[in-house]
Write a protein that binds this ligand. Structure first.
Ligand SMILES: Nc1ncnc2c1ncn2[C@@H]1O[C@H](COP(=O)(O)OP(=O)(O)OP(=O)(O)O)[C@@H](O)[C@H]1O
Ligand SMILES: [Mg+2]
Length: 601
């Protein structure tokens, strides 16, 4: 699949691919959500800059006025005290401002990152199934983590960057006012500091990223070596594994060394560059002092200002690179946010009629394709009456899951319509529709939570009584025998459940939601066939009172349905009761007997 096709398949409208400007737009747009916090950060950053800029001026005044006064009056060294006190005060002030600035900057950055993360997460949740079909989890995770981290880095730098700009401008102005020619000479070397700072972080960034990547690779090798220790030992492959580890460690070492080489090339240059300015200040400024055109205090403050400029200039140089990096990350995030959900809210949504009767499902001439040009359903017609239980049977790839997915509108049809209780599913709010259509897949997903919480997933307020009723209807009677009963933790951590047990919890979860239409897509495949009668009892309970669509391969399960629909190649090829089809349809007999579940069932 080429890029173009992929973009189409994830449903982005043509021409909406964001360019590099989108990253900056998102950055600014995101920062605008925290104007007050940023404004405070900037004000504090200005305070910090003002304190720092004031100190050399105070030193100058202390030397020129204080020492002069001390020489002329009889106050002696006390004449310098007020200036010294002012310098201490300015130092303390800018120190406090520095602490505050850092605190506020990080708070802002965290808050903005959290907000953007929420927005991204909500957006990913809203995106349609076809989008998730085409995306890898790794890519989504990296957009949600690394890219947002980049964003946060830059946002936390903003008050410092603005403080730095102000410092540079203020210092340059002060120097130009004191002595324009000397100022111009002293400032000549300083753009070099900025350029060096920029070049430094431009070079350093890829190697830092590489170190992170290589360290992650190394961690993966270690993890596999520990997790796969039985396989490794089983094949006597320890030496191979040690080699792999050695190579991975070498790569981390090499990347670290490259970063070190960059640091040792740039950092000395960045230290030395400002000294050019100092030499000029001393040589030319010294001669001005001797001519009486510059005071000693002014010379000293010039000296201090040149040094003071070094850090802000370096910061600005690095800030530019960080900004570019976070804009690049922003492009990736913006791209995701610009992916429009294909399953849209209807402009004037209707509600399902309250009923009863409830749960009529109708496919009217439905045409559907996942990929253009490869139709899965074409002119598909099927009506399921309220309360009816229907089994969908057909060879693998015949379109059973596709039919099931169209009812809760996981995908939109290309032709015709799907109706629930007489309403086109596209006229309903998707959430409203999906609360009324319960779909249980073969692959069950349980959350890391208790058995009870997993069943009560859609309705955390459900009473223990409701949970027990739903569990009983799904045949999940094993729960009482678990060591911690309903409080047993399942999912990633905690007690491991068998495949069949997990499936029954998933069915109980769907039943608790009390949908009009319940669809079980191979949702009983892992339940022990020896317990066929238990499934039968459970399913009979499930099928009462609501429309049920069961996709299954086991004759005993299929036989429970009022009507069996035989699908082949996206079309209904026959229908009737299980016994009728067994008696009259050879394809049906073949499908049930030839599938592995059919044989075991
Ligand atoms: N997400 C998807 N993207 C593209 N093609 C798909 C997708 N899902 C299914 N298909 C294709 O659609 C056709 C019908 O698939 P479907 O999953 O509906 O079959 P099924 O009857 O449920 O099969 P099984 O019994 O194996 O579950 C198949 O040719 C399949 O390759
Ligand atoms: Mg299927």
């Amino acid at each position: 699949m080429n890029d173009d096709e992929r973009r189409r398949s994830i449903g982005r409208p043509a021409g909406a691919t964001p360019g590099s400007g989108a990253g900056w737009r998102l950055l600014i747009q995101t920062m605008a959500t925290r104007k007050a916090g940023l404004a405070i950060g900037i004000v504090v950053g200005l305070g910090w800059a003002a304190g720092r800029v004031a100190i050399p001026l105070l030193v100058q005044l202390g030397i020129d006025r204080g020492i002069e006064n001390a020489a002329e009056s009889d106050e002696g060294w006390r004449a310098v005290l007020p200036w010294a006190a002012a310098i201490v005060a300015a130092g303390v002030f800018s120190g406090i401002a520095l602490g505050l600035r850092r605190y506020i900057a990080f708070r802002n950055a965290r808050a903005i990152e959290a907000r953007l993360r929420d927005r991204l997460f909500a957006h990913i949740q809203r995106l349609h199934f076809a989008f998730h079909d085409a995306q890898t989890t790794g890519d989504l995770m990296s957009r949600a983590n690394t890219d947002l981290q980049q964003f946060q880095n830059f946002i936390s730098m903003v008050p410092m960057l603005i403080g730095s700009v102000i410092t540079v401008v203020a210092v340059a102005v002060i120097m130009l006012v004191i002595e324009p020619v000397l100022a111009a000479l002293a400032l000549v070397g300083l753009p070099l500091v900025y350029l060096l700072g920029r070049a430094f972080s431009t070079r350093l960034f890829p190697t830092v990223a590489e170190i992170q990547q290589r360290s992650a690779d190394l961690a993966a090798v270690v993890e596999e070596a520990v997790g796969g220790v039985r396989v490794i030992k089983g094949f006597g492959a320890e030496p191979l594994q040690v080699d792999r580890l050695g190579q991975a460690a070498d790569r981390v070492h090499d990347a670290g060394f490259r970063a070190l080489a960059i640091r040792s090339r740039f950092l000395p240059a960045m230290e030395v560059a400002p000294n050019l300015g100092l030499i000029i200040v001393l040589a030319y400024g010294g001669s001005l002092v001797l001519d009486g055109r510059l005071t000693i205090g002014q010379l000293v403050s010039f000296n201090a200002y040149v040094l003071l400029l070094v850090q802000p200039l370096r910061t600005l140089g690095m800030g530019v690179t960080t900004g570019q990096r976070s804009a690049a990350a922003g492009v990736r995030v913006a791209e995701l946010l610009a992916t429009a959900p294909v399953i849209t809210q209807p402009r004037r949504p209707t509600e399902l009629p309250p009923g009863p009767p409830r749960g009529r499902v109708e496919f009217r001439g439905v045409g559907f394709a996942y990929e253009a040009g490869r139709p899965v359903l074409d002119g598909f017609d099927l009506t399921i009456e309220p309360g009816e239980s229907v089994a969908l049977v057909g060879p693998t790839g015949s379109g059973k899951t596709t039919v099931a997915n169209l009812i809760p509108r996981f995908y939109d049809v290309d032709d015709g319509a799907v109706l629930v209780d007489g309403v086109d599913v596209r006229d309903l709010r998707p959430q409203h529709l999906r609360r009324q259509v319960g779909l249980v897949f073969e692959e069950t997903f349980l959350f890391s939570a208790s058995v009870a919480d997993n069943i009560a997933f859609v309705d955390p307020e459900a009473s223990m009584g409701d949970i027990r009723v739903a569990a009983a209807a799904a045949g999940a009677d094993f729960v009482d025998e678990l060591p911690r009963g309903w409080e047993t933790e399942v999912g990633q951590r905690g007690y491991g459940l068998s495949g069949g047990q997990r499936q029954r919890l998933a069915i109980a979860r769907a039943i608790l939601a009390d949908p009009r239409v319940l669809i079980l897509d191979d949702a009983t495949s892992a339940v022990d066939p020896a317990k066929e009668h238990e499934i039968a009892d459970a399913l009979a309970g499930v099928m009462e009172r609501r429309t049920t669509i069961v996709i299954a391969h086991r004759p005993a399960t299929v036989a429970l349905a009022d009507r069996v629909i035989l699908l082949d190649d996206g079309r209904v090829v026959d229908q009737g009761t299980h016994d009728e089809l067994i008696a009259t349809n050879a394809t049906y007999r073949r499908v049930l007997a030839l599938t592995p579940e059919g044989i075991s069932g």
